[in-house]
Design a binder for this molecule. Structure first.
Ligand code: PXL
Length: 252
């Protein structure tokens, strides 16, 4: 553990523990890495709804990020809930170049219950300034549609087209997740500036679990921190989340 790589997580807390920072820490630790954290917001939630939310001061976010980067040799950065435009600006001010450590952005816009977790100015700044600085973005269908101002994808072909359109925001890669689709397989499309799309498949399980997006992006960050390539990290992280969902299947 002493020479385990450090992952820096920039995210909000969820008092239910299902999503957000607690989930991120759990996953990254389970995959053998250490965690530094920057808290952006505190939310009061049950599994059913967001009852209250308070973003921290942008200055405190900036200070946490600066201190974390000076304290450790950070090998990957995962960004989740940012809350509002002022926090996005604070993160942009302090974020290192992606050549120093891979930066995985889960563009969290809403909770699964539908509450907004990023204000409109924040959405614009993520789209226009943060994505061009990241290694990988991991939107779901709803986030992809919202970022593109388009209806959500209905087919694998539309999903691949939207991944292509998202790549124009400047990230090195896009993993457009198919967890909200309806096909027999859950298909994620991984597209990079470098090559043709890669389709990552797993049988669709008829189960729901909060925080799967947090878990997936954190797993990718932990695996890349340990030296995995982008494609291998995405593939293995999908397997990791699948293995967590499997025991939840109703017994037949
Ligand atoms: O799953 C997205 C997410 C991220 N971060 C926090 C959340 C949620 C969803 O509820 O609460 C803090």
């Amino acid at each position: 553990m002493s020479d385990a790589p450090h992952v820096l997580v920039i995210a909000g807390t969820d008092s239910s523990g299902g999503a957000g920072l607690v989930r991120d820490v759990q996953v990254i630790t389970e995959l053998g890495a250490r965690v530094s954290c920057v808290v952006t917001a505190v939310t009061a939630q049950t599994n059913l709804r967001v009852e209250a939310s308070c973003v921290l001061s942008p200055e405190l976010v900036r200070q946490q990020l600066s201190a974390a980067l000076r304290s450790h040799d950070i090998r990957a950065i995962k960004i989740g809930m940012l809350g509002n435009g002022a926090i996005v600006r604070a993160v942009l001010d302090e974020l290192p170049d992606r050549s120093r450590a891979p930066i995985i952005v889960d563009p969290v816009l809403c909770s699964s219950s539908g509450a907004a977790l990023l204000d409109p100015e924040g959405v614009q700044l993520v789209r226009d300034q943060l994505l061009s600085r990241c290694t990988l973005m991991t939107p779901n269908f709803f986030e992809a549609g919202a970022l593109l101002g388009e209806p959500i994808a209905r087919t694998n072909a539309e999903q691949a087209e939207q991944a292509q359109a998202l790549l124009r925001f400047g990230s090195e890669g896009v993993l457009l997740k198919g967890g909200h689709g309806t096909d027999a397989d859950s298909v994620d499309v991984l597209l990079t500036q470098a090559g043709p799309p890669v389709f990552l498949r797993a049988p669709r399980l008829n189960v729901t679990m909060r925080g799967t997006g947090c878990a997936l992006s954190s797993a990718i960050a932990a695996l890349m921190a340990a030296g995995a390539t982008l494609e291998s990290a995405c593939q293995r992280a999908k397997g990791y989340v699948y293995d967590q969902l499997l025991p939840l299947r109703p017994s037949s």
